[in-house]
Write a protein that binds this ligand. Structure first.
Ligand code: HEM
Length: 522
């Protein structure tokens, strides 16, 4: 056993440190000319360490401030913080595939989000496009309204009891309930219960409850560093089994298994599964075609895709909602909140009572509401670090510098969204920047330029497929909360600095607020 451990340790030392130092000296891919912070040029340990500090995006941002547009952030990775690089790396014509980092989070079967193969991705995206089409999203309105109303009641009850509410968690319960209702046809009841303890099932049929958010985050904590040394995965996957995060992250797989199995046990019956509003859950749509014939998609593929959606569809959106509420209620943004309320209030005026909500159609046409949400995603993007892509054979010129084939490249999302050449006063929360100037047409070149480089959902063939669902959720929740509630911050420290804990997504810290129904609308 001791010999095996020694062999493992020597192998890891070689792959993580000695091998890269050797490659650094040989410099086959001509990367020596790119500056790098600390040991990043010859060891991935720099990035792994920054990820352990929950601050990779910030460390890369600081490195760009010090070294300029092209920075070597790992032995085989150049981060390029330049507007031209966005299209050159992610655009439709770029033909750059996801790099091997995505192996770290991938399971037995590939999902639309983690497959690196272009034909496989195109096939999956084509097969699933209709689930995210405008027509399908309209059919989700009833379930979204139901969850927004439940969230509203929880905030109101906390206000009546004069209790502080951790809104970060409640927004996450909201997004989990919404995405589970979309996926499984029934929500997981997190909002009602006020917790994320949900049923999970092992492959041998043992049912237990486990906290969804903690299991998801535990998995993310492991997948990011593992992906930075993809060649070591056969070994590191075994080693991490000893870490406390591993059983926790297994809980997430068991949650997915439990709820997919429930849909499978239910079987197909159009009368049961098609709601009165015409909505049919995603899993049923994976399993059966529109005439009720089985599609024979293998179970492992359904599990993988469900897991990907439950993850991508809940963590990012709750991050964006939490950040928006934080910024809007921050004492230094009182005039922004006032202006937003002036916009939103007339739409709510037509509602019967407190339990009534305006239609998404009406709320989505409010430009200032959209501006406040977009400005949040610019300043505090849910996905903040550069999404890695591999330069094709032959190499490419990226933002004026040649980078050899096989090298990984990325544009750091957090940093490009603060680029002074695109966004004036980039550190300021200033929703007005998103409104057209002058005659109200949005063909003004300043706005066109900002929109071109507004990449919180990424861009090109691998851009977020769920962005319309995300806007739907964010719009309904932000409008409802802003219209009905005042909030007081429980913790002064949070007013000064709202911490980010970057796992895969740049998650905000806990946010405890005292809600109160606004006197003006009672
Ligand atoms: C504010 C909320 C959201 C943000 C900021 C966001 C951001 C992103 C980003 C940056 C990517 C690209 C990832 C990469 O290249 O590795 C992505 C991909 C993806 N997102 Fe989202 N997302 C959000 C909400 C959602 C929702 C609600 C869903 C599902 C219902 C979803 C499903 C997906 C999927 C399936 C992909 C992979 C697409 C592909 O590779 O073709 N996302 N998202």
């Amino acid at each position: 056993m001791a010999l095996i451990l020694l062999a493992f340790s020597l192998l890891i030392l070689w792959v993580v440190l000695l091998g890269p130092i050797y490659s650094f000296i040989r410099d086959d891919r001509h990367l020596k000319s790119f500056p790098s912070p600390s040991i990043a040029g010859y060891s991935s340990l720099w990035r792994i360490y920054q990820n352990f500090r929950y601050k990779q995006f910030q460390a890369v941002h600081d490195a760009h401030a010090k070294f300029g547009t092209h920075v070597r952030i790992a032995p085989n990775h150049v981060s390029v913080c330049a507007p031209d690089a966005v299209d050159q790396i992610y655009g439709h014509g770029a033909n750059m595939l996801k790099d091997a980092w995505y192996e770290g989070g991938a399971g037995e079967a590939r999902t639309m989000a983690d497959t690196r193969s272009k034909p496989e991705h195109q096939d999956k995206r084509r097969r699933m496009a209709h689930l995210f089409a405008a027509k399908s999203i309209v059919q989700m309105e009833a379930l979204l309204r139901d969850r927004t109303q439940c969230l509203f009641r929880k905030v109101r009850d906390a206000g009546a009891a004069k209790e502080a509410l951790n809104v970060r968690r409640y927004f996450n319960y909201f997004t989990i309930d919404v995405i589970s209702a979309i996926m499984f046809g029934e929500h997981l009841g997190c909002l009602e219960r006020g917790n994320d303890l949900v049923d999970a099932e092992t492959r041998d049929g043992k049912v237990y409850t486990t906290p969804l958010i903690r299991s998801l985050h535990a998995g993310m904590r492991l997948s990011v560093p593992l992906g930075y040394e993809p060649d070591l995965l056969p070994i590191t996957r075994q080693l991490v089994k000893c870490l406390p995060q591993k059983p926790a992250s297994k809980g997430f797989d068991d949650i997915v298994y439990r709820h997919v199995r429930k849909v499978l046990r239910r079987g197909y019956s159009s009368s049961e599964l098609t709601r009165s509003d015409g909505y049919r859950d995603f899993i049923t749509q994976f399993l059966y075609d529109k005439d009720g014939k089985p599609t024979n998609v293998p179970l492992k593929e359904i599990l993988a895709e469900t897991s990907g959606m439950l993850n991508a569809g809940s963590d990012t959106t709750s991050t964006a909602i939490t950040n928006t509420i934080y910024l809007l209620y921050h004492p230094s943004h009182a005039t922004i909140l006032q202006r937003l309320r002036a916009d939103v209030t007339p739409v709510f005026a037509a509602c019967q009572d407190m339990d009534d909500l305006p239609s998404y159609d009406k709320l989505s046409s409010l430009p200032y509401l959209r501006a406040c949400i977009d400005e949040t995603m610019r300043l505090r993007p849910s996905s903040a670090f550069g999404l890695p892509r591999e330069v094709p054979r032959g190499g490419r010129e990226i933002a004026g510098k040649f980078i050899a084939g096989g090298v990984s490249v990325s544009v750091p999302t957090f940093s490009i969204l603060r680029d002074k050449t695109i966004f004036s006063e980039p550190d300021r929360y200033f929703p007005e920047r998103w409104l057209p100037e002058g005659d109200g047409h949005d063909d003004d070149p300043r706005l066109r330029k900002m929109k071109k480089f507004f990449v919180p959902f990424s861009t090109g063939p691998r851009a977020c497929i769920g962005r319309n669902i995300a806007y739907f959720e964010m719009t309904m929740v932000v409008a409802t909360v802003v219209h009905w509630f005042d909030f007081a911050f429980r913790d002064e420290d949070v007013v000064k600095e709202f911490r980010v804990l970057e796992r895969v997504n740049a998650n905000p810290d806990e946010l405890w607020l005292y809600p109160r129904v606004r006197e003006a609308v009672q």
